[in-house]
Design a protein around this ligand. Sequence first.
Ligand SMILES: [Ca+2]
Length: 347
Amino acid sequence: MDLLRTVFMMILAAPLLSCQAQTVIDDAVTPAPASSANISGDFANHPEALAFLQHMQAQHGMAAPEVAAILSQARHQPRIVALMDRAAPRPEERPTGAWTRYRAKFVTPANISRGAEFWRENAAALNRAEQRYGVPAEYIVAILGVETRWGGYLGSHRVIDALATLAFDYPRRAEFFTSELENYLLMAREEGFNPMVPLGSYAGAMGLGQFMPSSFRNYAVDFDGDGQRDLWNVTDAIGSVANYFATFGWQPGQPVIIRASAAQPLAMSVDTGFNSDYTPAQLRALGLSWTHPDPLPQRMRLIRLDIGTGYEYWLGFENFYVITRYNHSSHYAMAVHQLAQAIRASR
Ligand SMILES: [Ca+2]
């Protein structure tokens, strides 16, 4: 940042800081002086929102009045907080069919045939993505299906409302969503769009692949070559998902996950999930066996799926873990995997 600009920023920041202090001290006596850097509307007088203004100005040279104008138009949406607060299901001590219910939402005959149709419609882009990034077409197709039914459900919340509500009025995840709001305003500036316009999920995820702003800035690609990275463009979404997986270490030609059988059900105390870590010898010591033509890698994830009548056990390879980087859930990654396999088989 050049000197002139630094001085300009300091001048701009000064009235903002004094105005804030005055509001606290003299609130009842003198009204705070009007300033173009004041936030009005739902986020007026939010200390976090004012700190955000200052941060955007100091870190990114984004003028405080400009950011204040955006936040003044953003709305606090109580429904977004309610959706975030829906309790995550607690792990049960006996099988209740949690995986069976989850799977039934995504791996359906309608999704398998729609996925195959999407593949036919976008075969050229999917082939090109597979060639360039090494990610099989069926996994790209399955991600876009699980995320948005191939663009059928893109979300109806204004992204600015979702991110501002969760950044300033949802303390549990404030740090994450403040950073996403920061990335969103930078994204709007870099890409040249009006931040008030895009719609997305209640968490601010956008487009066919439901990218958060930070993911957009780090992993989205212009895959149709029109000079714009557009999350709502099918070809750009295909390339961006493939690039995301490649960046997180997708191993071309390697399996995702294989089934294992257990001599008897494993104790609930046995560590499972996408963060678990076992060598083949440790898995055998647990009483697990499998049929796989090649030696297993030295690092495997043990996945336990609740199918109601009992549990299925699966051994996740590195590629399974890569799918969980898109959404930190074993159920999610398994649904993507099984939908991908079913779509491929149907062709
Ligand atoms: Ca493009």
